[in-house]
Design a protein around this ligand. Structure first.
Ligand SMILES: N[C@@H](CCC(=O)N[C@@H](CS)C(=O)NCC(=O)O)C(=O)O
Length: 217
């Protein structure tokens, strides 16, 4: 197998890459990384020093590709089945990439900080910081909502990188900042959940969900 994805089934950024792979049918195998195991962490650091997943290894092309957005861009460039994830039209591609950046920067990343705060040990909690990040997520949702006002996917009728980015960000953010105030995003999330690639990612994560720190609110 040429493609290996270093991942973890609960990792929101891995979901983004997995949705792209499942949706396009590009063949790959997964290498689940246990960052809590020093040997496994060291092995992963040898692949990518930051030890952040997902990372895609393409043995056929001799490439190691970190960062979820770059992985999807890479698949779209080099694997014909994945071409539609980034539109050929430059203006449409720019809109897809813009949404991807906005979603990651202003929803997904501050959400991650809320999770990090929850995982801090007693005595090192930072509820003020968590509230600030909740406010950032709200700002991100305010920004995104009018951009996803239609009935289709994030940019037109084709499922793209922007949709791969949107699902994990909205799904997880909903636990920290319920989407009820953004009905168009709630409806979009429901549409995303009908996608078989998304359903597969959710099913694979299910056994691990007990470890998600915000699952009980
Ligand atoms: N910008 C990166 C973010 C990757 C990231 O934050 N991954 C998280 C999992 S969702 C991770 O590896 N966390 C482990 C750690 O930070 O130690 C991407 O888009 O791939």
């Amino acid at each position: 197998m040429s493609l290996t994805l270093y991942d973890h089934p609960l990792s929101s950024y891995c979901w983004k890459a997995l949705i792209a792979l499942y949706d396009t049918g590009v063949a790959f195998e997964t290498r689940v990384v246990n960052l809590g195991d020093p040997a496994d962490r060291a092995a992963f650091q040898a692949v990518w020093p930051l030890a952040k997943f997902p990372v895609l290894r393409d043995d056929a092309r001799g490439q190691t590709v970190p960062e979820s957005t770059i992985i999807i861009d890479y698949l779209a460039q080099h694997y014909p089945a994945a071409r539609s994830l980034v539109p050929a039209d430059p203006d449409a591609a720019r809109q897809v990439r813009l949404l991807d950046r906005l979603i990651d920067s202003y929803i997904h990343n501050p959400f991650q900080q809320i999770v990090s705060e929850r995982l801090r040990p007693e005595g090192a909690k930072d509820p003020f910081g968590a509230d600030q990040n909740r406010a950032k997520v709200r700002e991100g949702l305010d920004l995104l909502a009018p951009m996803i006002a239609g009935e289709g996917w994030a940019v037109g009728e084709t499922f793209t990188l922007a949709d791969c980015a949107a699902f994990p960000a909205l799904y997880y953010a909903d636990y920290a900042v319920p989407l009820d105030a953004w009905p168009q995003l709630r409806a979009y999330l429901a549409r995303l959940k009908t996608r078989p690639s998304v359903q597969r990612v959710l099913a694979e994560a299910e056994p691990f969900f007990q470890y998600f720190p915000l699952k009980d609110g």
